[in-house]
Design a protein around this ligand. Structure first.
Ligand code: HEC
Ligand code: HEC
Ligand code: HEC
Length: 432
């Protein structure tokens, strides 16, 4: 089924690419870079908040590099796509883009010249933006410091490196159009829906994708992937969180604080939460109002019976895992530990241990948890250098049974090696 779909899709894409090439959209005329003083202060300030809600900084800035100057690599299953320079530099940035050209990029995924953009840039979500929000974002970006830095070539195989192919992808999977409010919902819930579905592009990570990397619209927020992590389901029946999310816990989590029964946002969720801690709280409240009712509640597993069964079967494997846990983890993750000095979650409550895949668990243990640069917050040391794959497997097998009452993950070996590889690739990201 998947294969047939893939073949049909490839044919449609190539046909549409030919058509898209023949009918390629026209360029929008270049302008003189507008003077920063021509934009209103209030608009620029609002644009700054919108830029946080849209995580423009996360994708358009490399570690140690100038803000928004691009060059950050996004890994896809087809290859690496690099973000572009969106500072107002006239030659290498968007300095010569009119507001109309900027709006067309955000809503239709076309650059100023009329070339198609890769959906790694989440215009499939940004298409829902309102006119005033596009205007404010434009004001914010045109008043940034221009930085001269040319875009990096993408690392994609033929024919995917040929932009007209994207015309076909868009024909199949891109649904342009403004946000449609739900007449029956409150203004607050509609604002939250606008942010979640649009600017906040939560679905870009939390919604599963098909073989051609398009989000499955019927499974909105039911669990996806991001940079070697699982982005857990945050709606529907597949939610891994064993304890109910209260509105307070959700708000704490989304703004980077320690959430009772859920811990802190880590991995690719950390920059999202950091950004949400710097926008008006009414925006976060709206996101919570929209997301929370869709979360399945009271999901505790009947862990105890199985857990004690697992613990009593003291095979060598589980004995080794238990010993590692007692030596390396318990002092921070056991409430009763006398030497507990850091706020680690009771691992029985961790979504990571209840996921179908062990990826997040492995990511947590290998990378640890560090607060965002320049901030204080819960800390767990990275253990990539301290545990062999065998020790990590013994630990995972033990915790899955003892804390989650679930059977061990069966593909853990592959998971560990792929997480180790992704971590190395991330370290090799181009710097400024
Ligand atoms: C998930 C990563 C991601 C996020 C978040 C993101 N972008 Fe991008 N953006 C990209 C990538 C990758 C490209 C390059 C796409 C291509 O080359 O086809 C891009 C391209 C663009 C372009 C086209 C520039 C050009 O020279 O063609 C604009 C404009 C843009 N982004 C603006 C924004 C704004 C504004 C935000 C925040 C509201 C934002 N982006 C958030 C990844 C991202
Ligand atoms: C760049 C990818 C990405 C984006 C965008 C993103 N998330 Fe996440 N999210 C993740 C990942 C990865 C995790 C798992 C992180 C962890 O366990 O610490 C996560 C975890 C979560 C969790 C906790 C789930 C659990 O069971 O522990 C919630 C709630 C959440 N995200 C909500 C949101 C909302 C709401 C948005 C949009 C405003 C959003 N996320 C945008 C990647 C993303
Ligand atoms: C120095 C204290 C410390 C040690 C040692 C430690 N952790 Fe942590 N751990 C933390 C903190 C703090 C967090 C972040 C708060 C949270 O989310 O639980 C965390 C988070 C986690 C999470 C994610 C929980 C969630 O869903 O949010 C897992 C899984 C985890 N640790 C497993 C382990 C394992 C396994 C070990 C031993 C190999 C270990 N930790 C050792 C402090 C520690």
């Amino acid at each position: 089924m998947k294969v047939v779909f893939g073949i049909v899709a490839v044919i449609v894409i190539l046909a549409a690419a030919a058509l898209g090439y023949a009918l390629s959209p026209s360029a929008i005329a270049a302008i003189q870079p507008p003077a920063p003083a021509s934009f209103q202060q209030a608009e620029v300030k609002h644009g700054a908040e919108l830029a946080r809600l849209g995580d423009c900084n996360t994708c358009h800035t490399v570690k140690g590099g100038a803000p928004y100057a691009g060059g950050y690599g996004l890994e896809t299953s087809f290859g690496t796509i690099y973000s572009t320079n969106i500072t107002p530099d006239a030659d290498t940035g968007i300095g010569r883009w009119s507001e109309a050209a900027f709006a067309r990029a955000m809503r239709q995924g076309l650059d100023r010249e009329g070339d198609h953009l890769y959906p790694a840039f989440p215009y499939t979500h940004f298409t829902k933006l309102s006119d005033p929000d596009v205007k404010a974002l434009y004001a914010f970006f045109m008043t940034r410091t221009p930085v001269k830095k040319a875009a990096r070539d993408n690392d994609l195989p033929f024919p995917l490196n040929w932009r007209p192919v994207l015309a076909g992808w868009k024909l199949l999977f891109f649904h342009p159009g403004r946000f449609q409010p739900d007449a029956k919902a409150s203004d607050q819930v509609n604002h939250g829906a606008y942010l979640v579905q649009g600017l906040g592009h939560c679905g870009a990570c939390h919604t599963p994708r098909n073989v051609l990397q398009a989000e499955k619209r019927d499974d909105f927020l039911e669990g996806g992937e991001a940079e070697g992590w699982t982005a857990p389901a945050i709606a529907g029946n597949a939610m891994p969180a064993p304890k109910a999310w209260t509105q307070t816990a959700l708000k704490d989590y989304l703004t980077g604080r320690y959430a009772k029964d859920h811990g802190v946002a880590a991995g690719p969720m950390q920059p999202v939460a950091q950004n949400l801690s710097e926008v008006p709280q009414s925006d976060v409240d709206a996101i919570v109002a929209y997301i929370h009712p869709g979360m399945r509640q009271g999901n505790a597993q009947p862990a105890n019976a199985q857990a004690s069964a697992a613990a009593s079967g003291s095979s060598g494997q589980s004995g080794q895992g238990a010993a590692i846990y007692a030596g390396l983890c318990a002092r921070c993750h056991e409430q009763a530990s006398p030497s507990r000095y850091s706020e680690g979650l009771n691992l029985a409550d961790s979504s990571a241990l209840h996921e179908a895949s062990g990826r997040n668990f492995v990511n947590f243990v290998l990378a640890g948890v560090q607060p965002p640069e320049g901030r204080a917050g819960p800390f767990m040391p990275p253990l990539a250098g301290s545990l062999t794959d065998g020790q990590l497997t013994a630990l995972a097998d033990y915790l899955r049974q003892a804390k989650a009452g679930l059977k061990p993950w069966d593909d853990l070996k592959d998971t560990i090696s792929s997480v180790r590889k992704t971590a190395l690739a991330a370290e090799a990201q181009p710097q400024s």
